[in-house]
Design a protein around this ligand. Structure first.
Ligand code: 5GP
Ligand code: ZN
Length: 117
């Protein structure tokens, strides 16, 4: 019942291996790779391999998969930084979402400022 890969979705193409990425973690249902334009020393994107548009869609469709995304974010931050991180899901274009395949931004590796806009 997992949604099929969405045509023309950049992150589905990364999951499929059709677009290269610097993968830092991969499991049966979750992939983590470095952001191409990092905003912090650690900046990794964590995605479900199945296509879901945003975090609220994922939470409704498959809450345990959202939990796997969060657990993977924690593991990546522990392995690649000091285990302290911010996990951001932009939801909607006005909130800064530009890729409509849900992804958590794991940012850390430095003391983070608070700049919500
Ligand atoms: P959003 O703005 O949707 O929350 O985040 C999309 C993120 O994807 C941005 O931080 C952007 O830098 C990153 N991104 C865009 N294109 C690529 C790409 O081809 N590869 C990787 N690794 N990251 C990308
Ligand atoms: Zn997708």
């Amino acid at each position: 019942n997992a949604p099929a890969a969405s045509a023309n979705c950049l992150f589905c193409k990364i999951v499929a291996g059709d677009v290269p990425a610097d993968v830092v973690a991969s499991s049966e249902r979750v992939l983590a790779f470095r952001d191409i334009d990092p905003k912090a020393p650690l900046h990794v994107l964590v995605v479900p391999k199945a296509h879901h548009g945003d975090v609220s869609v994922l939470a409704a469709a498959d809450p345990s998969l959202l939990a796997e995304v969060v657990a993977t974010a924690d593991e990546v931050a522990t392995e690649l930084a000091d285990g302290q991180y911010r996990l951001i899901f932009n939801s909607g274009p006005r909130a800064g979402q530009s890729v409509f395949h849900v992804h958590g931004h794991v940012v850390g590796g430095a003391r983070l400022g608070w700049t919500p806009a």
